[in-house]
Design a protein around this ligand. Structure first.
Ligand code: AMP
Ligand code: MG
Length: 411
């Protein structure tokens, strides 16, 4: 987990993410879960289809099923039976005859085409005549046309959303093998912090990080453990770290990882585990700690709310997904035209809080006008990060900017 970083050099964002991803791997056991409990869980293995879908030829319309080649000899067809969803017509259909069929109902053996009921004239004698030409095989969903038997339908590492669960049900799975949930603890550090709901004295502020970080982690469907708050006191920190490391797979703290006078986290972690303190060339969020306390992974986020949120979202999120067993997907970036100036000093990759919208068929983006790492409202006003490259300076209106829409962790 040691990132190659000289004493005074900063780690690039890409190097930090790569180091995190290379260090971690999923060690979670598998469990079979009923479909109703699979939302947000991660598949442990590839799933092949035990069936073909549709499993039988069926009608896509309400109408009449017949054999297309009978049209050579017959101008009208006698209706000899019904095929309804769940109630197929199993008898032989003689030449010149057809079967009334409803959407989804099985096509009787030997028949290959369906004419929509709107396209026929029904005579009182129980015969139908076509109002217009019908093409061979129309309105028929052939067996196996959507999914062939034994083909891969869901891959290991897939996080299961509503559609995946629907697909599993379509294929008859009552349960799926998923990883046990990653157990993640959150902890705030700092003498100045007060729990929401309590009174504030001079110099104090409410502990908001624990709540926002916990809520973000819930979006990752982890088993969350709230370890509350701890003062900047080395002996308290030490006792707490020792205790919690045995209880969770991952511990996420905020505060105490920079070089402030009372940032004892560093000192205590140096004694207890193998944790490295990084300076990552990103804004906000430069200080970041990562390592292990016994078997527990440790992510130390900076205390400023925006920095804590951005480092969880951008740096820790991919590693947490990997630890949970998820197959990673590249985050989508879009190009937008700056509609106002973005202020920037060269040096660090900047995740500016910005608002992107569509205007005249193009994406345009503007800064939200607050860029302090302490202002949570800067994120509230934004819907994306404008990602300004490290070497870039001020961005003038009209220049192209890379934009990343907020992930589900921030929505
Ligand atoms: P630190 O990284 O510990 O130096 O914290 C930097 C600043 O972030 C502090 O001065 C606080 O204003 C703020 N901060 C730290 N922890 C929290 C928290 N849990 N909730 C809200 N603000 C925090
Ligand atoms: Mg602090």
């Amino acid at each position: 987990m040691k990132a190659s970083q000289g004493k005074n050099t900063m780690l690039t964002f890409e190097a930090a993410v790569t180091t995190l991803l290379n260090a971690v791997s999923c060690k979670l056991s598998a469990e079979m879960m009923p479909l109703s409990s699979c939302l947000g869980r991660i598949l442990t293995e590839d799933i092949n289809s035990p069936l073909q879908i549709p499993s039988y030829n069926n009608s896509a319309m309400d109408g009449y099923a017949f054999k297309f080649s009978d049209l050579d000899a017959y101008a009208s067809f006698r209706v000899i039976g019904h095929s309804l969803a769940g109630h197929p017509y199993h008898q032989v259909v003689p030449a010149g005859c057809c079967v009334r069929i409803m959407t989804g109902a099985e096509l009787p053996l030997g028949l290959d085409t369906v004419v929509m009921q709107e396209d026929v004239l029904v005579h009182s004698a129980g015969c139908i005549e076509f109002k217009q030409k019908v093409s061979a095989g129309s309105h028929v969903r052939l067996a196996g046309s959507e999914i062939e038997k034994d083909t891969l339908v869901l891959s290991a590492g897939q996080r299961l959303g509503p559609l995946h669960i629907g697909l599993a049900a379509t294929l008859g799975f009552a349960k799926l093998p998923v990883f046990r949930k990653l157990k993640v603890g959150v902890l705030s550090t700092g003498d100045e912090l007060v729990k929401p709901g309590e009174g504030l004295r001079d110099g104090q502020l409410y502990d908001s990080n624990r709540f926002v970080l916990a809520a973000m982690l819930k979006r990752l469907d982890v088993e969350l453990v709230d370890f509350g708050w701890v003062a900047d006191d080395p002996s308290l920190l030490k006792a707490l770290f020792q205790k919690v490391a045995d209880e969770v797979d991952v511990l996420i703290t905020s505060g105490g990882v920079s070089v402030g006078d009372s940032d004892y986290t560093k000192q205590v972690l140096a004694e207890l585990g193998q944790v490295d303190f990084w300076k990552v060339a990103i804004k906000p969020g430069k200080p970041f700690a990562f390592g292990k306390l016994n078997a527990c992974w440790f992510f130390g986020l900076p205390g400023n709310p925006v920095s804590a949120i951005v480092t969880l979202d951008q740096l820790a999120q991919p590693a947490l997904r990997k630890l949970a067993g998820e197959k990673l997907i590249q985050t989508q970036l879009f190009e937008a035209i700056a509609s106002q100036t973005f202020r920037k000093k060269p040096g660090r990759l900047d995740f500016q809080r910005a608002f992107v919208e569509q205007s005249n068929g193009r994406l345009t983006v503007r800064p939200v006008g607050k860029d302090s790492s302490g202002m949570l409202t800067s994120l509230i006003d934004a819907n994306c990060f404008a990602i300004l490259e490290a070497e870039r300076s001020d961005v003038a209106a009209g220049e192209l900017v890379k934009v990343q829409f907020f992930s589900e962790l921030l929505n």
